[in-house]
Design a protein around this ligand. Structure first.
Ligand SMILES: C[S@@+](CC[C@H](N)C(=O)[O-])C[C@H]1O[C@@H](n2cnc3c(N)ncnc32)[C@H](O)[C@@H]1O
Length: 654
């Protein structure tokens, strides 16, 4: 065993693509030399073409496709690795040690690359609300034209957050192209993070709706399109042609066939159901538990709010002897069912009630069960047709409608109430987000939800609301650029979002009281930053080749061991919310992640006995600072100790 170096840069996704092709067609993977003469794995296109016989298009041949200038560069930008890291910032975080939520400040292209190992195939829902490209938006210039090496060099350099924001105006001649390039690279990276049954929701308005749909068809597959949700959020009566005020949510599955095969069904509570149940509870109390009186009080209470209710809700108009809201439904089958034409006897007279012309709705067994449960309401004798009790509580869900009208004002008001007026324009309404994310994650209380255009943090707020409502443990990952704002209280949009999440958390914790003890209102704040390593301002290939040479002062000044730990977590693909315990082992500071899933010691002059004490705990992984070993002999000794004491531990150096 030799202690290998961790690579300490985001993965090269072209390599991952070659792995995928190799899995399908092992024979097409070959070896070639790159521009510098270095041997590299490559795909033999002639062989791949043979595998596809007549089903390949080449060169100028016509084909159906969405194309724009800059597309290739955008794909390249998505695949290129970066020598960056995520630095934790405890002071900005809430409940840093226990929370499972993440807030990442930085450019989302970089953040998505850094998350590739830790969250590959782990995100259940992506909701994004990107800049709509209205002609006034700022978009982040990715400098697509740079070569790989230049890109890495530059991205390894210190750059002020947001200093590459440029206004995208229609006059720039690449109006749609720039926006498409910006989205393409990010969507490609985002897709990889989705679980097989994951879902992506992208908010958009008319400016880029058509282009975005084609782009999503391309990145996620047209066969995975699920819905174009239309939200009428406002309207102007002085508009020329239509009142406008519409925006959309394009929803795609990562794999719609998989959802179908699992009989996945999205459901949301019928609107108004909570209000009606509240009216019923109060009527039941006021009536002194008298069903007839309660029904009268209930009906007048519901009349007052009926304008906001659908028939599917207000048809439930009675209260039974246990205070439950029900409607008396028809037990007759709507369609002819000759095999369900059986006799049902009246419980008092013992004579058969008249069998409906189409037969009954239920099998004889179910009917008997319903009678035993007291759910069949018979008349005074067999001459009155029986009714069936249907409880509101059992019919409280519906499949979400893809078109809805809902004022955009409450979303703005909610944020204003938390942070004061005019802090952030056009936040999304958490009520809309909870509806859709809730419908998709109804059966998955541990879902991970990612929003990499987080703005004021509405998605994080919505995830907390969903959990507070159903006791779930959904987690959020938000990414937001440190885009400067002109506001006395806040420097950047990321500051605004973090403050919103803090205040919303405090407010919801108060509201939840003791019942909220188990809910997560915290977040770990991380920043995209240059790598911690002083010797890695170079291309990725160079990075890999840095040998185990004595890398003195390999860590940049000012970086803490927790900074190093997070870069190691990213590199090893571990979850960034695992608990971290700080301990002393033989006078050296040691960080233990998730009960010794990983032990890190970034101290100088790590003595044998420290290595031995760490190995004795049999961690799954152990990592040391390469420069932490005084001599080559000390490093070799450390290898030897692990081989003896804990051969199963993966040991690495940085
Ligand atoms: C339409 S807003 C999102 C609003 C959000 N849904 C809310 O409810 O507050 C889009 C956000 O994406 C951010 N953004 C734009 N480009 C970005 C990038 N490259 N990386 C991270 N965030 C970016 C902008 O700063 C802006 O806050």
């Amino acid at each position: 065993m030799t202690v290998e170096k961790l690579k300490m840069h985001s993965p090269d996704l072209t390599e991952r693509n070659i792995d995928r092709i190799a899995e399908l067609f092992p024979t097409v993977v070959t070896e070639a030399r790159d521009a510098n003469g270095t041997p590299v794995r490559a795909i033999d296109f002639d062989l791949l073409r043979q595998e596809l016989s007549d089903h390949a298009v080449d060169g100028p041949q016509e084909r159906y496709q969405l194309d724009w200038p800059g597309k290739r560069a955008a794909a390249f930008a998505a695949n290129a690795p970066i020598a960056k890291t995520l630095r934790p910032v405890r002071e900005e975080s809430v409940e840093f040690d226990t929370t499972k939520n993440l807030f990442i400040e930085g450019d989302n292209l970089e953040a998505l690359k850094l998350l590739q190992e830790s969250y590959l195939g782990k995100v259940n829902v992506i909701y994004i609300d990107p800049p709509y490209n209205t002609g006034n938006d700022f978009v982040y210039a990715d400098d697509f034209a740079e070569s790989n090496a230049d890109y890495l060099m530059r991205s390894g350099q210190k750059s002020e957050a947001g200093d590459r924001l440029v206004a995208n105006t229609e006059a720039n001649g690449r109006f749609h192209s720039d926006w498409l390039s910006m989205m393409y690279s990010r969507l490609k990276l985002a897709r990889g993070l989705l679980t097989d049954d994951g879902v992506m929701i992208v908010a958009i308005d008319d400016h880029e709706h058509a282009t975005l749909r084609l782009l999503l068809d391309q990145v996620l597959g047209a066969e995975n399109f699920i819905a174009n949700v239309t939200w009428q959020g406002s309207g102007k009566n002085d508009a020329r042609y239509t009142a406008g005020g519409v925006d959309y949510m394009l929803i795609y599955a990562r794999n719609e066939r998989l959802l179908r095969s699992r009989d996945t069904r999205w459901k949301e509570p019928k609107p108004g159901i909570d209000e009606v149940e509240a009216v019923a509870r109060s009527a039941w109390q006021q009536s002194g538990a008298d069903p007839e009186k309660a029904t009268t009080i209930f009906r007048s209470g519901v009349r007052a709010i009926r304008a906001d209710l659908e028939p599917a809700v207000f048809r439930y108009d009675q209260i039974d002897d246990q205070g439950r809201v029900f409607q008396a439904g028809d037990p007759a089958s709507p369609n002819p069912r000759p095999n369900l034409m059986y006799e049902v006897l009246h419980p008092k007279t013992g004579k058969a009630v008249s069998t409906p012309t189409n037969g009954w709705r239920y099998s004889p067994e179910t009917m008997n069960e319903l009678i035993t449960q007291g759910r069949v309401l018979f008349g005074p004798d067999e001459t009155t047709s029986p009714r069936i009790k249907r409880f509101l509580a059992e019919q409280s869900d519906r499949v979400p409608y893809p078109t809805f009208t809902q004022s955009r004002m409450p979303g703005t008001k909610k944020l204003d109430d938390l942070l004061g007026a005019d802090v952030f324009d056009y936040p999304k309404d958490t009520a809309v987000l909870t509806r859709w994310i809730g419908a998709i994650t109804r059966d998955n209380p541990h879902a991970v939800i990612l929003d990499f255009f987080a703005g004021s943090g509405s998605t994080g707020h919505a995830v907390m609301e969903l959990n507070a409502a159903d006791g779930g443990h959904r987690r959020y990952i938000l990414v937001q650029l440190g885009e400067a704002v002109d506001h006395p209280g806040y420097d950047t949009i990321a500051d605004i979002a973090r403050e919103r999440l803090r205040r919303a958390g405090v407010q919801m914790k108060q509201q939840a009281g003791l019942q909220g003890a188990d809910l997560d209102f915290g977040f770990r704040s991380l920043h995209v930053a240059t790598t911690n390593m002083a010797d890695t301002l170079a291309t990725a290939d160079d990075l890999v080749q840095i040998a185990l040479s004595a890398a003195v002062d390999s860590v940049k000044p000012g970086r803490t061991d927790e900074d190093l730990l997070f870069q190691v977590l990213l590199d090893w693909g571990l979850d960034l919310t695992e608990p971290i315990a700080v301990e002393e082992v033989g006078t050296r500071r040691v960080l233990s992640v998730a009960d010794d899933a990983l032990i890190a010691c970034f101290a100088d002059e790590v003595a044998d006995r420290v290595v031995r004490a760490i190995a004795a705990r049999h961690p799954l992984r152990a990592v040391f600072l390469d420069a932490g070993f005084a001599t080559d002999a000390a490093r070799i000794n450390a290898e030897q100790i692990f081989r003896e004491v804990s051969p199963e531990t993966e040991v690495r150096a940085i």
